[in-house]
Design a protein around this ligand. Structure first.
Ligand code: GLC
Length: 493
């Protein structure tokens, strides 16, 4: 009998409805790719005000179901109306609970008993959903700590552990930098058994660690690149959870993220003044001219280096700020798009004043500007301290903008050094130092100066397939393994 596995993705972000980082892009693209290969994937998302606003902006359908879910937390019952929309053919259930889901930046500055409630509610409401929607997931696929309480509840929650739902759980680790740490006192209000507070449970240096709980209790764990799956089991890489991860290594696998090639396609991108592709690269020069005009710069032939990303420690902003003067001294121009930590934003503003005409920064994010910048730049800088997968280097490659990146996590998995291999299409460095970054840019500039070699590098980069199709298949296989069915049983679609 052909089957169509039912999988509910549970996450606080899904682009373009609610997005703070790459997780939102994955939750948009992965369920869509899985549906295309015959799985019934759906998403549960909180109805933050921005979500409702974006539904209107993108003119998506919105239905208020005549049902609600109820979850008790902190000795109160919280209820949410279920709304439903569809995004690119993916059914999305929304939890309308304005009291809990009001934070415009989604994640709280300080996590404590009350600021954790929205995430606990999201996790537990997912378990209540089948009783109201008539749609029963066989697998709950949860993303990062905000939804990690779901598998935890199936083992340690006074009510849900008895529910005998017979479901499987998958936890995807997008970023080990955030664990979801709460005081021990939070346990009871969340409904969790105090006995779960031990070394083999939720306890972590005297506090509750939700991600640790998710790692211990989920049936399978994925990381967003193969290399990150072992980096996190080594000292420092797991941010203190390396031992716990190593103890669970049999259930961990690394599956590379992809990018949505419908959205990121220089061959059809409506934002660009000219479309182009690996075999017809000419339009890129027009995009470069348009970008320079937009920045108010004459084209003096200087290579244009691009940075797009959150201005946070992980992304290597320290290296960027300590290298900009040298990079400009080498004849480069730089464009930085991003926002983040106030200290870094400030540093960037100062550097922009100092290097007027050579450094341009856009503090914030503009989708339109990002598309033009990916298309119009020559090199893409990504000197991350650590990088679980990284999506922007994949977008840059598709747009023929060659990455100079640190060889960590997903960057090392997706970029081949052009000096190290005939097949290469990027420039990698290993030590987290400004000297190494600058040297890698020097190597890239040397290649850039050699016209025909550069054309080849760009062509190879643009021809790489970083779409979701292979990765979606890897996730589908994992689900089928959990359900104990053969891939050939997958319903024809
Ligand atoms: C996080 C990681 C990034 C990854 C993204 C999506 O933002 O920092 O490397 O690409 O999640 O999985």
């Amino acid at each position: 009998m052909p089957i169509r596995p039912r999988v509910l993705h549970v996450a606080p972000e899904m682009a373009p409805l609610a997005k703070m980082g790459g997780l939102g892009d994955v939750v948009q693209a992965l369920p869509k790719a899985l549906r295309q290969i015959g799985l019934d994937c759906r998403v549960l998302l909180p109805a933050y005000p921005c979500v409702l606003g974006n539904i209107e902006k993108h003119q998506l359908p919105l239905r208020r179901l005549r049902v609600s879910v109820h979850v008790s937390l902190e000795w109160r019952v919280f209820s949410a109306r279920i709304l439903r929309t569809d995004l690119d053919g993916v059914p999305v259930y929304l939890l309308e609970q304005p009291e809990l889901f009001s934070n415009p930046s989604i994640y709280p500055m300080d996590l404590n008993e009350s600021s954790a409630l929205p995430f606990a509610f999201l996790s537990l409401a997912a378990l209540e959903l089948p009783s109201t929607t008539r749609w029963r997931p066989q697998i709950y696929h949860v993303h990062d700590w905000p939804a990690a309480m779901l598998p935890v509840a199936l083992r340690w929650h006074r009510h849900y552990r008895k529910m005998g739902l017979g479901v499987d759980t998958v936890l995807t680790l997008h970023n080990m930098a955030h664990h979801g740490i709460l005081p021990e006192a939070a346990l009871l209000g969340l409904g969790l058994d105090p006995a779960s507070f031990g070394m083999d449970g939720l306890e972590f240096y005297g506090q509750v660690n939700l991600l640790k709980g998710g790692i211990l209790t989920s049936d399978a764990i994925t990381t967003v690149s193969p290399r990150y799956s072992w980096e996190i089991q080594t000292k420092g890489g797991g941010m203190g959870l390396e031992g716990v991860l190593a103890s669970q290594k049999r259930k961990i696998r690394g599956i590379l993220n992809g990018i949505d090639t419908d959205i990121w396609n220089p061959g059809t991108d409506p934002v660009l003044p000219a479309q182009y592709g690996a075999e017809s690269p000419d339009g890129k020069a027009l995009c470069r001219a348009a970008l320079l005009r937009r920045l108010g710069w004459e084209d003096d032939g200087a290579p244009l280096l691009l940075w797009v990303g959150r201005l946070v420690e992980q992304k290597g902003v320290d290296l960027l700020l300590s290298s900009v003067d040298k990079l400009v001294g080498m004849g480069c121009r730089l464009l930085v798009i991003g926002s983040g930590h106030a200290l870094y934003e400030d540093g960037l503003r100062k550097a922009t004043e100092r290097l007027e005409g050579r450094l341009w920064s856009y503090i914030g994010y503009s989708e339109e500007m990002a598309h033009l910048a990916y298309a119009g730049s020559d090199l893409f800088l990504m000197p991350s301290l650590f990088e679980p997968c990284g999506l922007s280097q994949l977008i840059a490659l598709r747009y023929g903008t060659i990455p100079v990146a640190r060889a960590v996590g997903g960057l090392a998995d997706t970029i081949i050094d052009a000096d190290g291999s005939q097949k290469g299409y990027g420039f990698l460095f290993s030590e987290y130092t400004s000297e190494e970054l600058v040297q890698a840019v020097e190597r890239a500039l040397a290649a850039h100066a050699d016209g025909s070699r550069w054309e080849e590098i760009v062509r190879r980069g643009m021809s790489m397939d970083f779409s979701w199709s292979n990765s979606a298949m890897a996730y589908a296989n994992l689900y089928l393994e959990l359900l104990g069915v053969e891939a050939s049983d997958l319903k024809e679609h």
